[in-house]
Design a protein around this ligand. Structure first.
Ligand SMILES: Nc1ncnc2c1ncn2[C@@H]1O[C@H](COP(=O)(O)OP(=O)(O)OP(=O)(O)O)[C@@H](O)[C@H]1O
Length: 234
């Protein structure tokens, strides 16, 4: 197999987005393309797709963490992100300062913050680490703080990456229950997950992504069938 055909095999791989090679830009990945869909208020959408299909990137676009390089996204209202590693603007801030900023943003007042902070520290079990800069936290500690903060407030719409906290004992024992209660109250939900159990519990519509394109959009059970057939075929 020559280098050219090796490259073609690479481009046609089973994971990741579409790879392009150009003289000027080298090898680049196109995470998403040709997307055209509407999410209505109250929809509960599951994002399904292979590793690297574009689920997290799409969540980031919907929650305004990334801007699209082409095309437009029209939103009515804010979609809160609960996405791994995209939350912290300034990791020099302490957990307490980050909590204060989030509290002010959501409540428009600082009244009641001390009590809120006590509850947050109790839930996250961060103890005195709450006073240290976030850059000194482990990934698990950051997840606790992010999760504790976001689920403390009501959100009309939420973009959630379920990979968050995966495999973390604290998350499994303390956060799962809170996540369930929280998701039950969210109006509009876009949830990326590989867990059929979680998707079935909270979603009624499924978008299946394949190499950055939507290949199915419809009722969740049909989306799951479509996706599992694709996985079996590949
Ligand atoms: N910051 C980045 N820089 C460059 N490429 C990226 C970046 N983030 C993601 N990608 C690429 O974009 C594509 C889509 O990635 P994305 O994380 O959205 O997939 P995913 O469906 O969420 O995957 P998984 O199920 O493995 O979490 C992949 O090919 C990935 O390599």
């Amino acid at each position: 197999m020559g280098s050219r055909s090796l490259k073609s095999a690479f481009v046609g791989g089973l994971t990741g987005g579409l790879l392009n090679r150009s003289r000027t830009r080298g090898l680049t990945v196109q995470a998403l393309s040709d997307l055209n869909f509407t999410i209505q208020k109250g929809d509960r959408v599951a994002l399904l797709g292979h590793n690297g299909a574009g689920k997290s990137t799409l969540l980031r676009l919907l929650a305004d963490v990334y801007a699209p390089s082409q095309g437009r996204i029209r939103r009515n209202g804010h979609i809160a992100p609960l996405i791994n590693k995209s939350f912290w603007v300034d990791t020099d801030l302490s957990g307490r300062h980050a909590a204060r900023a989030q509290y002010l943003l959501s409540r428009n007042t600082i009244d009641g913050f001390d009590q809120f902070l006590d509850q947050l520290v109790e839930f996250t079990e961060l103890a005195d680490f709450i006073h240290l800069p976030i850059r000194t936290y482990s990934d698990g500690m950051k997840t606790r703080l992010q999760f504790g903060l976001l689920t403390a407030f009501r959100h009309e719409a939420l973009a959630l990456d379920e990979g968050i906290g995966a495999g973390d004992q604290w998350f499994l024992s303390r956060a799962r229950q809170r996540l369930s209660e929280f998701l039950g109250q969210v109006g509009t939900l876009i949830l990326a997950s590989h867990s059929v159990e979680l998707l079935t519990q909270f979603c009624n519509r499924g978008l299946v992504l394949n190499h950055g394109r939507v290949v199915f959009d419809g009722p969740l059970h049909e989306a799951l069938t479509h996706y599992s057939k694709g996985v079996t075929a590949s």
